[in-house]
Design a protein around this ligand. Structure first.
Ligand code: ACM
Length: 684
């Protein structure tokens, strides 16, 4: 049957975006999404529901029609490519696949301006640069309820991420029920588990949004939970109980035991019924106890099992071995050098090194990592946050050394065209040791959207972006909150509210305390890399002596837990300094002094309250340094050259800031970039 909508398809320009028409398209009477081909129904129904919620239900007479259709858009087109024409008459969205329609539907949402109920008229011809634009969510260290995963899928679709990688098993828990082996969830799922039907429903929800779901069953290491349920499968002594600590315990299943492969085959079979994706992740990370050869032999058996269920295996880079079947996809997490090693050996590969969202890497650094950059540049961008003394503090050298020990691209030759074609894309990794369901959005957004942008947009368009522009780009994204239930401030509000109530018990007005804590949080960040995971590292992380040790039982209720990976204050400041207003910097002095004026009395309280109080003191001290600098600048000449007094004040400011940045309660004040911006302005 011919599609009657095909005749409506105007020829579109070959690429890029063009604003058309005289002005915004009026959506005041809603949008009516239409389709003839039933394969459009998943994307169409979901888009209609979203538009109804945001714009109100369509008025049958006057609503703007949006026609969806499936078309071959021509040879050499990505299956996710789409064409979108938003105009005054009928708007059109065409793609070759349902995933392509989902990408176009995401763009349509971005063109809608809710306050004015209008859309930007545009003609867009768009396609992704990489086919694999993934997001790993660790559902083990904190059990992530299905609603948290559903809203993550919704936000992924909006950002055009297309693969949700679920990390479902690890030392601390086994998160998937098994029909054949109920002891897995009876004995080894503290905190919760998913029924197979729950996961099937999540997969269906994701499919309607063009998002694939790839499960990870992590073997042979990271298997303490499995071995609590099946002690007889352990290499050596089985763990007595499911560990709460996040220290990797170095356990493994026994690769010489046939029973191991029988159990795993059954579980892979059960999972394959609910996860239809062509790929299946079998882990393979951090298992030095086995040695390379035994790990390689084990991996070969697992690869055969996964193949037997019709799936393509994915492994972490530790499983890379000359004997590894060439069809296995390798995920490089320890170093970008392992991405190169994998594609040179003939594997398809995915980059995650540089994209660990749990490590506190700022957005502009996440965005700078490009899987296809020349070798030394790729390595430099992965290492950049750890080479920046301001960002990484004392852990930076350790972080950089860890990446380089796993592999270096120094002096490496560029990949050939054929090798480059095997780089499938990349994956942001959200490990959840310190991320509760309420904090998931805080850590994911907008950081994961920066990775999404890198993986979607044409390389040339990204190379031109400087840091400031990168940040603005994400501040300008339509709020995820308009189209999804994502709320990055939800978790922080709960934590700060509870701390404010506790401050009330210590004589403060809880409402004032809450405002002061929120203002302080805008200028504080957690210590980066793995510093929060490491006990006995007091100089590096500023842990309070009585803080509970890292582990699954640790309540994440301290001030540091209310901080996102990157503070809002400096980003908002950098945005403003693009067009500095007189008095902005003095306003900052007042803002930095305010929290201490309220929280000061808590410095002698219990550590959970003293931590923010002492950070507030630090911020107030930074305000004094800033005020001195501004006074020196105001007193100096405004004509050419830097007055000596001003230069001296700058040197003093730098010296004074060093000690103020030492962590308290695993958090630091985040003020350096303001001083940098002012210094740069002073010399401009
Ligand atoms: C990993 O971060 N252990 C893959």
């Amino acid at each position: 049957m011919t599609d009657p909508l095909a005749s409506l398809l105007v020829p579109l320009p070959a690429s890029a975006e063009t604003v058309v028409g005289d002005g915004p398209v009026d959506l005041g009477h809603g949008v009516h999404v239409r389709w003839v081909d039933e394969r459009c129904a998943g994307v169409g129904t979901h888009l209609q529901a979203d538009l109804d919620r945001v714009l109100g239900p369509p008025d049958d007479e006057r609503a703007v029609p949006l026609a969806l259709s499936l078309h071959d858009l021509g040879p050499d087109r990505s299956p996710e490519g789409y064409r979108l024409h938003v105009g005054d008459g009928v708007s059109l969205l065409a793609a070759a696949t349902e995933a392509g329609l989902a990408r176009g539907a995401a763009t349509y949402r971005q063109l809608v301006d809710r306050p004015t109920r209008t859309a930007v008229p545009m003609v867009i011809d768009d396609a992704p640069r990489f086919a694999w634009r993934g997001l790993l969510v660790d559902c083990v260290r904190h059990f992530m309820p299905l609603d948290a995963l559903r809203r993550t899928v919704d936000a992924m679709a909006l950002a055009k991420l297309n693969v949700l990688h679920l990390h479902l098993t690890d030392d601390q828990a086994w998160r998937v029920a098994s029909r054949a082996h109920p002891q897995l969830t009876e004995r080894a799922s503290p905190g919760g588990h998913y029924e197979l039907d729950d996961l099937a429903a999540l997969v269906a929800h994701a499919a309607d949004r063009g998002v694939r779901v790839v499960p990870e069953l992590d073997v042979p290491g990271h298997t303490s939970a499995l071995l609590v349920a099946f002690p007889e499968l352990a290499l050596g002594a089985p763990p007595a109980s499911v560990p709460t600590s996040y220290v990797v315990p170095g356990v493994s299943v026994d690769p010489s035991s046939e029973a191991v492969f029988e159990v795993l085959d059954t579980i892979v079979g059960e999972w394959a019924e609910v996860f239809p994706d062509e790929c299946f992740h079998i882990g393979g990370d951090e298992v030095p106890v086995l040695g390379e050869e035994r790990q390689a032999a084990f991996t070969a058996r697992m690869v055969a099992i996964v193949r037997g269920h019709g799936r393509t295996p994915i492994v972490w880079d530790e499983a890379l071995h000359p004997g590894l079947d060439r069809d296995v996809i390798v995920q490089a997490w320890r170093s970008p050098a392992l991405l190169h090693e994998a594609v040179r050996a003939g594997h398809r590969a995915i980059l995650s090194s540089g994209w660990y969202l749990d490590l506190g890497v700022p957005l502009r650094h996440l965005h700078a990592v490009d899987p296809l950059d020349p070798p030394e540049r790729l390595q430099a961008s992965v290492l950049a946050p750890w080479r920046d003394a301001d960002l990484a503090g004392v852990v930076g050298p350790m972080a950089a050394a860890t990446v380089e020990q796993a592999g270096s691209l120094d002096g490496a030759s560029p990949l050939t065209a054929e090798e480059r074609s095997r780089v499938l894309g990349g994956e942001a990794a959200m490990w959840c040791e310190r991320v509760t369901p309420a904090l998931l959005d805080t850590y994911l957004w907008p950081l994961a959207a920066a990775v999404a942008d890198r993986l979607w947009s044409p390389a040339g368009s990204l190379a031109a972006l400087d840091h400031g522009l990168v940040e603005n780009r994400f501040d300008l994204l339509p709020a995820f909150g308009v189209w999804t239930d994502v709320d990055p401030k939800r978790g922080p509000r709960v934590i700060l509210g509870a701390l404010a109530d506790l401050a009330g018990d210590h004589g403060l007005d809880p409402r004032r305390a809450e405002v002061a804590l929120a203002a302080l949080a805008d200028w504080c960040e957690p210590v980066r890399w793995y510093a929060r995971a490491v006990v006995g590292w007091p100089d590096a992380n500023g842990r309070s002596d009585d803080a509970p040790p890292p582990g699954t039982g640790q309540p994440l209720d301290r001030f540091v837990d209310a901080l996102g990976p990157e503070a809002d204050g400096p980003r908002a400041w950098r945005r403003r300094t693009a067009r500095p207003a007189p008095g902005d910097a003095y306003a900052l002095v007042a803002a930095w002094r305010a929290p201490a004026a309220v929280l000061g009395p808590l410095s002698d309280g219990p550590s959970i309250l003293a931590e923010p109080a002492r950070l507030a003191d630090r911020l107030a001290a930074a305000a004094d340094v800033l005020a001195a600098l501004l006074d020196a600048a105001a007193g100096g000449s405004t004509s050419a050259g830097v007055p000596a007094a001003e230069a001296e004040a700058e040197a003093e400011a730098v010296a004074a800031l060093g000690p103020l940045r030492a962590p308290i309660g695993e958090a630091t004040i985040a003020v350096t970039s303001v001083f940098r911006a002012l210094g740069a302005q002073g010399r401009a």
